[in-house]
Design a protein around this ligand. Structure first.
Ligand SMILES: *Cc1c(COP(=O)(O)O)cnc(C)c1O
Length: 247
């Protein structure tokens, strides 16, 4: 057991060093300071134990894409590392009936894509705060749709302004922090991240506090950093492949 744990820890440490090196190089190439890009480890499909090891290695921004999997894992990790403050992020498609659960465990939701979801999250945060289940407001990123593919979630670029206004309207419970996007499959991500950067700049004109641009994953973080990403979401390159059956 100890050997296995030690081996996994070493594996994660190596992968983390490689990912941090990629981020540093991408920042250098773009003339940006390395501290401008935060690393979010996407722990979906991996056990709580891996999340705890990542936290030991200093990665305390963790992300999940399904409430069903996350709610239990968050509790488990809290049990494994009671003294480590971890910020959990929801990055996957979120149904309104899951808002109440997500409000208990998430510091930030990056996949907000409709005014109805905004309303459900605001109500849920209020209830969670009143019940003593969370302390402050929920940080929110608007998920921008770069490919207008209906199944994949995200708000069309020309509706982001209206969606942002619905978030700031719930200012007691939600805090607008910026934009998130996933590059469409099978195309050069570079022009897509360039479009996202323009949308992010537009959003900042009306909402100067919305400075986050969450873009870039294992396969395209360099291109995202070149176009101003402030947050890369990395799963595979840190934790390994998720296999065929995984989302
Ligand atoms: C799974 C996932 C990631 C991480 O993807 P990798 O290619 O494994 O790095 C990033 N963002 C979202 C929204 C995801 O669902």
């Amino acid at each position: 057991m100890q050997d296995h744990a030690g081996a996994r820890r070493a594996e994660l440490a190596d992968a983390l060093a490689a990912v941090r090196d990629r981020i540093d190089r991408a920042c250098a190439a773009a003339g940006r300071a390395p501290g401008e890009v935060r690393l979010l480890a996407v722990t979906k499909t991996f056990p709580a134990y891996d999340a705890a090891l990542l936290a030991d290695l200093g990665v305390t921004d963790l992300a999940e894409n399904r409430d069903q999997e996350a709610a239990g894992k968050v509790r488990e990790v809290a049990g494994l590392r009671p003294d480590t403050p971890i910020r959990w992020h929801m990055v996957g498609r979120l149904q309104r009936n899951k808002a109440r659960s997500v409000a208990r465990w998430a510091a930030e939701v990056q996949s907000v894509d409709s005014p109805r979801l905004v309303a459900a999250l605001a109500r849920s945060v209020r209830t969670a705060v009143e019940a003593g289940e969370r302390e402050g407001p929920l940080d929110v990123l608007l998920q921008a749709s770069l490919d207008a593919a209906p199944g994949r979630g995200g708000c069309p670029l020309d509706e982001l302004g209206r969606l942002a206004a619905s978030v700031t309207h719930e200012g007691d419970f939600l805090r607008l922090r910026g934009l998130m996007a996933v590059a469409p499959l099978g195309v050069d991500p570079e022009p897509e991240f360039a479009r996202l950067a323009v949308a992010a700049e537009g959003l900042r004109r009306d909402h100067p506090e919305a400075t986050e641009v969450s873009a870039g994953m294992s396969g395209d973080l360099e291109q995202a950093v070149a176009h101003g990403s402030t947050c890369v979401r990395v799963g595979t390159a840190l934790l390994g492949g998720r296999g065929l059956a995984s989302p």
